[in-house]
Design a protein around this ligand. Structure first.
Ligand SMILES: [Zn+2]
Length: 400
């Protein structure tokens, strides 16, 4: 009896165009709440077939991973160079009405439809398509590929990958984050900070309210103060008119509390977020909230009942981006896109994290942000083509 040879990695046929790469990546359902390991394994196999090793950094559950890979320079250098960065996760399609299956990409009218088409599997697809070209080019500096998980739930995955770069002394000289910008250069975005506040009171029958401690009522006072902070910033600045909303915004976005009409609620929790201008300290706002709790709310609560307790938990935080115009990566992307306009956006990206780690970063990628997160998300073939031309020019600019 003979043993049939098992297919090995190299027998896999990988896509041969940027469009096919994007299709392939879309076909993996990498909604943030689920694992992205199948997609990561596929990319890892492909790179390994090209002779490129991948470094994976996992989340606590081991079900999600970042992938970082380096195409070395012609002389074998693996430090310095440019990072091409994209997130592999996508937002859910729950409750959305799609014309075609979001995870079975479909070409219609020159557009490729599917979840993640523009945000941001199109960009990742183009970078993978160009790996052989990177290898054929006599690079003066390495080119790095950085693919993260959990960007869509607050840039949760990338920090461990970036920490690993720091630990290994990779020290890239610049980073392009390929979020959908219609291939224009975006030089700044706000920081995003998300917190959960839990107000603990004391339960009692509603006929005995003085024996309880009403968590909802105290949460409401904190929420009103958060609104006052927001109004103060709106009235007094600081301002940056290059942003659509030219100041830091603050709001409470979720609230839960109470179990029955006839029970004093012993717990109220709410989430608040603020989006700070990149130049302004995100610590100040949190400190203002804490100061109000410490000076006014806690004394008042504990007078009523010793059970009083308030905790604030950080859920997500990603720093703002403010790319320096004279940074080499800014000038390179401006030259390659022939785009000199200063554009700043309100959505967060991983560019702020790279910049905070000392890697000058800029955002430029295929597709329109207005298509992202929506039903019938798409990227146009024209945008994929433009991205491919941009990255080829970028690779050529790194030739020895
Ligand atoms: Zn994105």
């Amino acid at each position: 009896m003979s043993i049939m040879p098992q297919p090995n990695e190299s027998s896999t046929t990988f896509p041969s165009t940027s469009v096919d790469w994007t299709r392939k990546l879309i076909s993996y359902d990498t909604t943030s709440r689920d694992s992205n390991l199948d997609l990561i394994a596929y990319i890892k196999d492909y790179l390994s077939g090209q002779g490129i090793e991948s470094t994976l950094t996992f989340d606590k559950t081991g079900k999600k991973a970042n992938l970082f890979a380096t195409i070395p320079s012609a002389t074998g250098e693996t430090t310095g160079g440019i990072v091409l960065s994209g997130h592999t996760d996508v937002v859910p399609v729950d409750g959305q009405h799609w014309t075609s299956d979001p995870f079975k990409p479909e070409l219609r009218d020159g557009n490729l439809y599917g979840r993640g088409a523009c945000d941001m599997k199109g960009f990742i697809g183009v970078t993978l398509q160009l790996v052989p070209r990177m290898l054929q080019t006599r690079l003066a500096h390495p080119v790095h590929l950085a693919y993260s998980y959990d960007e869509e739930i607050g840039c949760v995955g990338a920090p461990s990958m970036i920490q690993d770069l720091i630990d290994r002394g990779v020290n890239p000289s610049g980073c392009v984050v390929g979020e959908p910008t219609s291939m224009r250069a975006i030089v700044a975005h706000k920081g995003i900070n998300v917190y959960r506040c839990r107000v603990h009171g004391h339960a009692a029958h509603s006929s005995l309210t003085p024996k309880g401690l009403n968590a909802i009522e105290y949460a409401a006072r904190i929420i009103c103060t958060i609104r006052d902070i927001a109004d103060g910033i709106k009235a007094n600045g600081p301002y940056d008119d290059a942003f659509d909303v030219p100041y830091t915004t603050v709001q409470t976005s979720m609230i839960r509390g109470g179990i029955a009409l006839n029970t004093v609620p012993d717990l109220c929790e709410f989430e608040f977020e603020y989006r700070n201008l990149p130049g302004s300290s995100p610590e100040t706002i949190l400190q203002q909230v804490r100061d109000y709790i410490d000076s006014t709310i806690m004394p008042s609560m504990t007078r009523e009942n010793a059970a009083a307790k308030i905790d604030i938990e950080k859920l997500a935080r990603s720093p703002g981006l403010d790319a320096a115009e004279d940074a080499a990566i800014t000038q390179l992307v401006r030259a390659l896109t022939r785009d000199t306009e200063i554009r700043k956006v309100a959505y967060g990206t991983e560019a702020g994290l790279f910049q905070a780690a000392g890697v000058p970063s800029i955002i430029c990628g295929p597709g329109n942000i207005e298509q992202a997160h929506r039903p019938d998300e798409y990227v146009s073939l024209e945008q994929l083509d433009q991205c491919e031309k941009f990255l080829i020019a970028l690779i050529n600019s790194q030739a020895a």
